[in-house]
Design a protein around this ligand. Structure first.
Ligand SMILES: NC(=O)c1ccc[n+]([C@@H]2O[C@H](COP(=O)([O-])OP(=O)(O)OC[C@H]3O[C@@H](n4cnc5c(N)ncnc54)[C@H](O)[C@@H]3O)[C@@H](O)[C@H]2O)c1
Length: 370
């Protein structure tokens, strides 16, 4: 079953000259690939603004860059650089922003929060302010700023309950605090200045092109390389997992038909304890890479818990389903299988992203975990 986006948009948004921030990162590069390759009738231009931090890799879109000349543009720069961002609005007559760029790894935010405040708070502010100034001086009915955020802004749940769009914010790590601040700024630009903003809070994503510091790719690669599989605390923290393409289909659905001034939760309705997820992943990787599951299970090692580790996240995404007719279409088994296949088939990508500054940083901070 595929995604259906045919037909005329229900809103008057043109979604034509789209500034995608952070398009060289995990979700952003999948979004660009998704629009060009999976959305029938999409004729717009995508301008990818990315600072190429340790997490950004231009190689992830090398084929798209070659195939969509004249419709895809890469711009190397920082979202905090107002003059540069303004120049892009003028150069490409930007009518839409979809804002993925962020410092995104909780562990890094604990070790060095400053970059998170700079990019996630100041960077988002700069983009909002430039968009507001560009669009207010030349008012268009069809502009949109879509802000991409996380369920981590809501804090931690006990054994029951779900985050809804009205759950009060309770961020608990420097990462989630910086994302919460950016969400508030985005909605404040809507309420105060009338900037057409939509916002989404999504649960944990997985899929191809994810930087191998995040749980699923880290574990896949450690298994393939015979390294230990580090599990935080008792392994019973619970996350809700969503395949990246389903997330991007939801973002596109909201951009097409979402109401401005509204936030939408996006989730997988797919909760897993970390340790149970790992056991499923071990079976999939071992079957595909012909490894001995018992031997791989023997490398599981429980490590000191992350400070302030949120226990459980779970998303109620019924608003998005009910109002905008979105649903998840990739099952967890299918998504994990596709993800493992992708990492097995792309050693060059892994090497390219690992050979940068990241490699040194990981060795210094994590030793064997990398
Ligand atoms: N990964 C998840 O599970 C998840 C879940 C929910 C929401 N989100 C949100 O989705 C967005 C994308 O997450 P991701 O996992 O793809 O992150 P990522 O770390 O893989 O990619 C982030 C991208 O942003 C770029 N970037 C960072 N700082 C920048 C700056 N100052 N200027 C320009 N570009 C900059 C990086 O180079 C990189 O390409 C983030 O806003 C994140 O908070 C992620």
């Amino acid at each position: 079953m595929g995604y259906k986006f045919k037909g005329v948009f229900e809103t008057m948004r043109s979604l034509t000259n789209i500034l995608v921030t952070g398009g060289a990162g995990f979700i952003g590069c999948n979004f660009i690939r998704f629009l060009f390759e999976k959305v029938e009738g999409f004729n717009g231009r995508l301008i990818n603004l990315d600072a190429l931090t340790y997490a950004g890799n231009r190689m992830s879109l090398a084929d798209i860059e070659a195939k969509y000349k004249g419709r895809y543009f890469f711009e190397h720069g920082d979202i905090c650089d107002r003059v540069f961002v303004e120049s892009l609005f003028a150069k490409y007559e930007i009518d839409t922003v979809v804002h993925f760029a962020a410092e995104s790894h909780v562990d890094r935010s604990i070790l060095g929060p400053e970059a998170f405040v700079k990019t996630n708070v100041m960077g988002t502010f700069t983009l909002l302010d430039v968009a507001h100034n560009a669009w207010k001086n030349n008012p268009r009915q069809d502009t949109l700023f879509h802000h991409v955020s996380t369920d981590e802004v809501f804090g931690s749940l006990g054994e029951t309950g779900y985050f809804t769009e009205t759950t009060p914010y309770d961020p608990r790590s420097p990462y989630s605090a910086s994302k919460a601040a950016s969400d508030h700024l985005a909605m404040a630009y809507n309420h105060t200045y009338g900037l057409p903003v939509t916002l989404s809070n999504c649960s944990n994503n997985y899929g191809p092109y994810q930087f191998p510091e995040k749980l699923i790719p880290l574990m896949i690669l450690n298994m393939l390389e015979g390294k230990p599989l580090p599990v935080y605390g008792d392994g019973k923290n619970i996350r809700d997992w969503l395949y990246v393409e389903d997330h991007n289909a939801a973002v596109w659905t909201i951009m097409r038909n979402g109401k401005t001034g509204e936030t939408y939760n996006i989730g997988g309705e797919n909760e897993w304890e970390n340790i149970k997820l790992l056991n499923v992943l071990i079976d999939i990787v071992c079957a595909k890479a012909v490894l001995d599951p018992a031997k791989v299970r023997g490398t599981l090692s429980y490590v000191k818990d992350r400070p302030g580790h949120d226990r459980r996240y779970a998303i109620d995404c019924s608003k998005l389903k009910r109002e905008l007719d979105w649903k998840q279409i990739v099952s967890f088994e299918e998504g994990l299988s596709r993800t493992v296949d992708w990492y097995l088939a792309n050693p060059q990508w892994i090497e390219s992203i690992r050979s940068g500054e990241y490699q040194k940083w990981v060795q210094k901070n994590y030793g064997e975990r990398g």
